[in-house]
Design a protein around this ligand. Structure first.
Ligand code: GDP
Ligand code: MG
Length: 336
């Protein structure tokens, strides 16, 4: 299938232009949530970092759609989170058109445009001729077809157990942040990870049978050269969970924790954190004791755990302790 990707992008630009400031982003995704095209609120294509955050939002809805509408069409759905309103429109058999609005935005005036754009996107995917221009829709002149479709809007509500929590990593370079995540996500360890550019985003869930809950993490790992303060702001923002990591063989990394803690708390006030002393396999090189770690954790009001990304010791436990904090905070609270 050859898709006219240029036309698709022009269409998204028109759509964004018609709808103006309420738009945070628009995406065209396939049924697995893979982003095929996107455009951000500020005209340009959205960066990898924002995509990661948005796909964390979009994914649970897509899973829901897949489960509940596997037999056929779901048409259109709307979905609200604390910060956003999302409109999902089926765009032919393969694509879903997602509009992300500010949470104060009204859905009704946007909906006819979303529906029209989704129809055009379906045509582009079919290879049929279509103009990428989105015309102004005068509200008292809506086509009956659109009104009928509005009647079919599905309201989806997502329980917090189905959310993916953004998890960020704080701590000096070289303490083992990337190794720890790879160990957790893939249960593997390599002695030298290449310093990647920008942010890599990985997903992993923790299951808790005893609470009938699962916690899904979207883990954002910022690579070495991107450690500038300016970049860190958006990296650290809107995170629900974080690991504060130091290296038990490097005292400076321990002393830096306090400032990492403050920076993370400033960016995401409500974040759940855990303090980790890593590289405990290097017994002879150790300079920070367990008591030091516990003392610092107590000062910061956090749980403390010691790990080795090399042997895998306590790595899964560290993530599970954090997941439990989130269950307590969001999931159990919701049931009461
Ligand atoms: P980051 O900069 O915090 O992401 O750190 P990396 O994960 O890139 O790790 C830096 C170096 O420390 C790499 O050479 C890793 O192989 C090594 N490393 C990470 N964790 C451990 C550990 O638990 N034990 C040992 N011995 N080495 C580790
Ligand atoms: Mg790293």
């Amino acid at each position: 299938m050859s898709v006219d990707t240029k036309k698709l992008h022009v269409l998204l630009q028109w759509y964004k232009k018609e709808l103006g400031d309420d738009i945070i982003a628009v995406l065209v995704v396939d049924r697995d949530g893979l982003v095929m095209d996107s455009i951000g609120g500020s005209e340009k294509s959205i960066g990898e970092e924002i995509i990661g955050g948005i796909s964390a939002l979009v994914e649970p809805v897509l899973i829901r759609i897949r489960n509940e509408f596997s037999s056929g069409n779901f048409g259109t759905g709307t979905f609200d989170t604390e910060s956003y309103r999302l409109i999902f429109c089926e765009a032919g058999p393969n694509a879903i058109f997602v509009t992300i609005l500010k949470n104060i935005a009204m859905i009704d005036p946007v909906f006819p445009y979303a529906y029209l754009a989704a129809e055009k996107i379906a045509r582009i995917f079919d290879g049929r001729t279509v103009s990428p221009v989105i015309p102004k829709i005068i509200s008292n002149n809506k086509s009956q077809n659109i009104e009928r479709k509005i009647g079919e809007i599905q309201k989806l509500t997502i329980k917090s157990g189905e959310y993916a929590y953004k998890l960020v990593l704080g701590g000096a370079g070289g303490v083992g942040k990337t190794s720890m995540v790879h160990r957790f996500v893939e249960n593997s360890f390599e002695t030298d990870y290449k310093s990647t550019i920008g942010t890599s985003i990985m997903k992993k869930e923790c299951n808790f049978k005893e609470f009938e809950s699962k916690v899904r993490f979207v883990i954002w790992d910022l690579a070495g050269q991107a450690q500038f303060k300016r970049v860190r702001q958006s990296y650290l923002a809107n995170a629900e969970a974080g690991l504060l990591i130091f290296d038990v063989t490097k005292r400076e990394s321990y002393e830096e924790i306090k400032s990492w803690h403050d920076e993370i708390k400033n960016a995401s006030t409500n974040i759940s954190l855990i303090l980790i002393g890593n590289k405990i396999d290097l017994i002879d090189e150790r300079v920070v004791s367990m008591e030091d770690g516990e003392k610092l954790a107590k000062q910061l009001g956090l749980a403390y755990i010691e790990t080795s990304a090399k042997t895998g010791e306590n790595i899964i436990d560290a993530f599970r302790i954090l997941a439990l904090q989130l269950i307590k905070k969001y999931i159990i609270a919701e049931r009461i």
